[in-house]
Design a protein around this ligand. Structure first.
Ligand code: SF4
Ligand code: SF4
Length: 446
C-alpha cells in the first residue's frame, strides 16, 4: 500500500513497540514520519523485558532490529529526549486553482521540544571513561540492549565540574546543550505512549515499599533478566536464592482505589515469569495468587496448562488481604483467603511480585518530558483555540479515547498500544499497523 499523500509527514508519539511498528509501516508506504520519544532510546517497555510470551523468545532481539530499522530508514526522523509541546490545526490552501475552499487540506502544526542529554549518543563510543571519572556517580549507562548504547548524565547529581568533558576521547560530552524546539507541519498524529509501572504503596495491604523483596513485576523482570545484574539467576536483591516466590495478580488493577480496569497482560506475564523461575531453578516453589486467570490469545491457554501441569506452578484463587515483612525481616507473610475453598491461610515467602498496576497515562505526567495527552487538559499558553481541538481525549483511567472511525474528534484520534487500551505486544503491533493504515488513508485526527 502506498500513502495517499506523501507531501506531509505523520507524527508518531512514543517509541515503544507500537510506535516503532507504526513508523516502519508508514515509511514502508512511502510516508515520511517523525518518531517522538521521551527517553534516550527507542524500545519502550518491551526493550526492558527479558522474554516474551508465549514463545519465550528474548524480547530484545526483535525490538533491537526494529529500532535499528527506524534509525536507518531515510523516511523516519527519530527525536529522542523529546516531547510534544503544542499542536495547532491549520489549513493548507489548495494548490489547484480550480479547487474550491472546501477542498482545503487540514493539517496540524506540531512543536516538538527536545531536551538533549549532555552526552551526544551519536559521538559516544561507550568507553566508560566519563562514568569512571565522575566523582558524583552522575553518569549512568543506558540499559544493556539500548541502541545506541551510551551514557546519561543525572543533572541533579552533576556539579558541572567538567572532568568528563576533558576526558572524553570523542568530545561527546557537552554541558552547554540547550533545549531545542522543532516545528513540523504534519497531516496526522498517532499516539503510542504506552504505559508506566506505578507505585502502589497507597494500597497498604500489598506491602510495597515495606521490604526490598516486595517488588513490581517489571522490577522483578529487570532483576532476573539474562542481561540484568544476576545474569538470569533467580536471586533476591540481597543476592540469596529464594525458596518461595509469590506472584500476586490484580495488585492495583480491577480495584476502584487505583485502576478499575483489568491490565490484560498481567496473567500471561506472571505465568511467563513463574515458568522462567522454574526453568532456571526448579527447586524454587512458585505460587500465583490470581483473581481470574485470563489467557486470551493464540497458544496462551496451552502456555498456562504447561505451567501448571509440567512445571508444577501452584495457582491459588485469591487476592491476598495482607502482605507484610516478618518481624525478623527474613521473609514475607502473605495472608489470604482461597476463594474456591473459603479457607484462610498465611504463608511465608522470600519474594513477592506484584502484578497489575500499569498506568496508561503516567508518562504524560512527568513535567517537562510530557509526551502524550494530558488528563488535566491542554496547556493554554501559546495555544490557540483550534489547537486545543487536537488534544486527544482520555477516559477516567487515562486511556486515549477512540481510534479511527467517524465520530466526534475523540473518536477520530489515532492511537495504538497500551495508551489506547490494555494490550500486550502482539495486540499493540496489530493496532499500530491499523493506525498507520488509517493515517495513510487520511483518516484520523482531521
Ligand atoms: S567518555 Fe565520552 S565516549 Fe567514553 S563513554 Fe563517556 S561520553 Fe562516551
Ligand atoms: S561534569 Fe563532573 S559531576 Fe558532572 S557528569 Fe561530568 S564528571 Fe560527573
Amino acid at each position: 500500500m502506498m500513502c495517499a499523500d506523501q507531501q506531509f509527514p505523520v507524527i508518531v508519539v512514543g517509541g515503544g513497540v507500537a510506535g516503532i511498528t507504526a513508523a516502519l509501516d508508514l515509511a514502508g508506504a512511502n510516508c515520511p514520519v517523525h518518531l517522538v520519544e521521551k527517553d534516550a532510546v527507542l524500545g519502550g517497555q518491551t526493550a526492558r523485558l527479558d522474554k516474551l510470551y508465549p514463545t519465550d523468545h528474548c524480547a530484545f532481539c526483535p525490538v533491537w532490529t526494529q529500532s535499528r530499522l527506524c534509525l536507518t530508514d531515510p523516511l523516519i526522523r527519530v527525536h529522542t529526549h523529546s516531547a510534544i509541546d503544542n499542536i495547532t490545526r491549520i489549513k493548507n490552501p489548495s494548490q489547484d486553482p480550480g479547487q474550491d475552499q472546501a477542498q482545503e487540506q487540514e493539517l496540524i502544526r506540531v512543536t516538538i521540544s527536545r531536551t538533549p542529554n549532555m552526552i551526544d549518543e551519536t559521538l559516544c563510543i561507550f568507553c566508560g571513561k566519563c562514568e569512571e571519572i565522575c566523582p558524583e556517580n552522575a553518569v549512568l549507562p543506558t540499559f544493556t540492549h539500548a541502541l545506541p548504547r551510551s551514557f546519561l548524565v543525572d543533572t541533579e547529581l552533576c556539579t558541572r565540574c567538567g572532568k568528563c568533558v576533558e576526558l572524553c576521547p570523542t568530545n561527546a560530552v557537552d554541558m552547554t546543550r540547550k533545549v531545542e524546539k522543532i516545528e513540523i507541519t504534519a497531516k496526522n498524529i498517532i499516539w503510542a505512549t504506552g504505559f508506566a509501572d506505578t507505585d502502589i504503596s497507597a494500597l497498604p495491604e500489598f506491602g510495597y515499599g515495606s521490604h526490598p523483596n516486595i517488588m513490581t513485576s517489571l522490577e522483578f523482570e529487570s532483576l532476573t533478566a539474562e542481561a540484568g545484574p544476576n545474569r538470569g539467576e533467580i536471586l533476591t536483591p540481597e543476592g540469596k536464592v529464594p525458596s518461595h516466590i509469590a506472584f500476586v495478580q490484580c495488585a492495583g488493577a480491577r480495584d476502584q482505589r487505583k485502576f478499575s480496569f483489568c491490565s490484560a497482560v498481567c496473567c500471561m506475564h506472571a505465568l511467563k515469569q513463574a515458568r522462567w523461575v522454574k526453568r532456571r531453578n526448579p527447586g524454587i516453589e512458585v505460587v500465583i495468587f490470581f483473581t481470574d486467570m485470563r489467557t486470551e490469545g493464540r497458544n496462551y491457554y496451552n502456555y498456562y496448562l504447561d505451567a501448571v501441569e509440567k512445571q508444577s506452578i501452584s495457582l491459588v484463587r485469591s487476592r491476598p488481604g495482607l502482605i507484610c515483612p516478618l518481624p525478623s525481616k527474613d521473609g514475607i507473610a502473605v495472608r489470604y483467603e482461597n476463594t474456591l475453598t473459603g479457607k484462610l491461610n498465611t504463608q511465608r515467602f522470600d519474594m513477592v511480585v506484584l502484578n497489575g498496576a500499569l498506568d496508561p497515562c503516567s508518562q504524560n505526567k512527568t513535567g517537562p518530558n510530557k509526551t502524550g495527552p494530558d488528563k488535566t487538559g491542554p496547556d493554554k499558553a501559546g495555544q490557540d483555540k483550534a489547537g486545543t481541538d487536537f488534544q486527544p481525549l482520555t477516559d477516567d483511567n487515562g486511556f486515549i479515547s477512540g481510534n479511527g472511525g467517524s465520530g466526534d474528534n475523540g473518536d477520530q484520534t489515532l492511537s495504538c498500544g497500551f495508551c489506547r487500551a490494555p494490550a500486550d505486544v502482539e495486540m499493540s503491533v496489530i493496532q499500530a499497523s491499523c493506525a498507520a493504515i488509517h493515517a495513510c488513508m487520511g483518516k484520523g485526527t482531521h
